[in-house]
Design a protein around this ligand. Structure first.
Ligand code: NDP
Length: 610
């Protein structure tokens, strides 16, 4: 028996996952292990389908002609029923009784299902039927509209429909979708995606990722060494290297382990709500406990108590390099552990971006998507806990070290600004912890060296560079300058927060009446792309806000050296690269709809610049 029925390159009819609609697709590849075909829709969307969801073109045409020729067929009967119900009545504005209306709804639901069961054949006389955008766009789109209309009937959605030529040909169709809205939303959630092999390698592929494994720790090491110098010019290269044995202290490593264990303990506390993440390729949803903010409060209470009992927190400053080395060693050990355990992980649990089959690449990107020990999610935990909260503690240690070293009764204005701005950023991230579940890090990238090192070393030790710099290089800033920098940070924060909230709320509930003023482009997946509000201003307004804040964090350090500006320079590079990655994924996900969005919103991050 052949193991596969359809060949690569063959044009077939593929069922739109979760629905009963078929579209013309081309087979791209077949996964022997998962028994899934990767197929490409005409708008560029790629999905994985089971063989049972694929039909040959010929059988399709055959079935269609059969159904249309047999007069009492389900199709024709449903059609006539649908005609008899329809637009005329609505147009005349007759009101039905509630029972009639219920019956009507049932009929309509049935009608939609029945008519949909008949395969669609792209026919010669149906020139509009398929312009590259699967017709389910219309269905999904109208389902959004119907939900919105339910809440806010005067919603001005017409313009979006007209603009993108997505108006259903008959009013009746629109009303049918209204009744089938629940079904459509359910089906969207169960879209299957292939846990297929990673074909497009990022970050310079195997060579690039191999080099990054050395380059990233070397950069941290270099930055910290330069920052400790009296003259922290980056041109002082190489900085004087410390003796190798001075980089390691077992006690420091013990403190680091204790910190990690403490945060793990807070993570395990049964407080805070439990939420579901986005559906995985298997359709399964993982559960996550949202208690990062509590973890922060408990940590603050413990640090406060220890300070009260004269804990010398500047120990952190005195052994800063050793802490960074400990964290780096730990993250390397963790990455090796993650890679080894990922070798036993089932195929569907591997990361879509870290399953290339190349050891170094998969080790760097992360082979397994959501490695868990029981219910302990290692990636989710490391994303926001030990590193992010650690960053705030390091900043505080720098503040205390500054006071001690320079005999100050209170910290410098520059140090206060840096600490406050970054504290706000961390608290915001923990307060909105749930939002991390929809980020690329959680949904796309595996947990490997990139995130382990990034979360546990890069974030706490590089992001605290400004505070570290200020300890050794006191900077005086005037009050007007402080006010101007604070305003800049507030503007950045406002853009960052409102853009993220706007998208997160829209994703969570597109029918939220509070968002009814926003316009969006419908897409084949059922999700809309906002084209007004922040997301109509630039394509990544949240990155813009983040970059403005990054600048505000560096400015208190004055203009003597470029070192404290490392963060903002690196961050622009990171976000420009991240934006390109996201753009690529969105193009694959949304096809034509994404192109329309890009035409409508031409600038990526910086308005009129980029
Ligand atoms: P984003 O929050 O920018 O989300 C990108 C996703 O949003 C896309 O994949 C798409 O996903 C959706 N989307 C894109 N355009 C639209 C639109 N017009 N309407 C609706 N949805 C749209 O992702 P990130 O994870 O990169 O960033 C999250 C936050 O984290 C940002 O504020 C960023 O600045 C910050 N960040 C901070 C870092 C740091 O080190 N400090 C590092 C990286 C990020 P879909 O359609 O599937 O929902």
């Amino acid at each position: 028996m052949p193991s596969r029925k359809f060949a690569d390159g063959e044009v077939v009819m593929g069922r739109w996952p979760g629905s009963v609609l078929y579209y013309e697709v081309q087979v791209s590849s077949y996964d022997d292990v998962a028994h899934l075909y990767t197929v490409k829709y005409k708008d560029g969307t790629e999905l994985a389908l089971k063989e049972s969801d694929i039909r040959s073109l010929s059988s399709f045409k055959h079935r269609k002609s059969q159904s249309s020729s047999s007069s009492p067929s389900r199709r024709s009967s449903s059609r006539s029923r649908s005609r008899s119900r329809s637009p005329g009545r609505a147009a005349r504005g007759r009101r039905r009784s509630s029972s009639q209306s219920r019956e009507h709804k049932e009929d309509k639901k049935k009608t939609v299902q029945e008519t949909s069961l008949v395969p669609l054949k792209p026919s010669e006389n149906n020139t509009r039927s398929y312009n590259g955008e699967p017709e389910s766009n219309e269905r999904n789109d109208t389902s959004f509209i119907s939900l919105e209309q339910k809440f806010k009937p005067d919603l001005d959605i017409e313009r979006v429909l007209e603009q993108y030529s997505l108006r259903p040909r008959k009013e009746e169709k629109k009303r049918e979708e209204i009744y089938s809205e629940k079904k459509i939303f359910e089906t969207i959630k169960t879209i299957e995606k292939a846990p297929s092999k990673t074909k497009e390698l990022e970050f310079g592929g195997r060579i690039g990722t191999f080099m990054m494994i050395f380059f990233l720790p070397a950069t941290v090491f270099y930055l910290l060494l330069v920052c400790k110098q009296d003259d922290p010019s980056i041109l002082n290269f190489p900085p004087p290297l410390p003796a190798l044995e001075s980089l390691w202290e077992t006690r420091v490593f013990g403190v680091f382990l204790l910190w990690f264990a403490l945060q793990a303990l807070f993570y395990l506390l049964p407080i805070g709500k439990v939420v579901e993440g986005l559906p995985l390729s298997s359709g399964k949803k993982l559960q996550y406990r949202i208690n990062g903010f509590y973890a922060f409060i408990f940590t603050a209470a413990i640090i406060g108590t220890l300070l009260y009992f004269q804990l010398e927190l500047h120990y952190l400053y005195d052994h800063f390099m050793q802490f960074a080395v400990s964290a780096a060693v730990f993250s390397m050990g963790l990455s090796i552990f993650l890679y080894i355990r990922s070798l036993k992980a089932p195929e569907e649990e591997l990361a879509p971006s870290g399953n290339s089959g190349y050891l170094v690449y998969d080790f760097f990107i992360g082979h397994e998507l959501n490695p868990r020990i029981g219910s302990f999610d290692l990636k989710y935990f490391c994303e926001l806990r030990p590193g992010l909260i650690g960053w705030v503690v390091i900043n505080l240690a720098m503040l205390l070290a500054e006071m001690k070293i320079h005999n100050l009764s209170m910290p410098s204005l520059a140090m206060i600004l840096v600490n406050s701005f970054q504290l706000l950023y961390v608290v915001d991230a923990l307060w909105n912890e749930e939002a991390v579940l929809t980020t690329m890090d959680i949904t796309h990238d595996g947990f490997g060296f990139m995130l382990a090192f990034g979360d546990l070393v890069w974030v706490p030790f590089v992001y605290s560079l400004q505070a570290f710099y200020l300890v050794g290089h006191p900077t005086t800033i005037s009050w007007p300058a402080a006010v101007a920098i604070t305003i800049l940070n507030c503007i950045g924060y406002y853009i960052f927060r409102s853009a993220n909230s706007q998208k997160n709320n829209f994703r969570r509930n597109p029918a939220d009446p509070k968002l009814a003023y926003l316009k969006f482009i419908p897409t084949a997946t059922g999700k809309g792309l906002l084209v007004t509000g922040w997301w109509g201003f630039v394509r990544h307004p949240n990155y813009l806000g983040d970059i403005i804040m990054a600048l505000a964090w560096s400015l208190p350090c004055g203009f003597s050296h470029i070192l404290p500006y490392f963060y903002v320079i690196y961050f622009i590079c990171l976000l420009v690269h991240r934006e390109a990655r996201d753009e690529h994924h969105c193009k694959q996900k949304y096809g034509l709809a994404w192109e329309k969005y890009c035409q409508r919103v031409p600038y990526r991050i910086f308005p009129y610049i980029y």
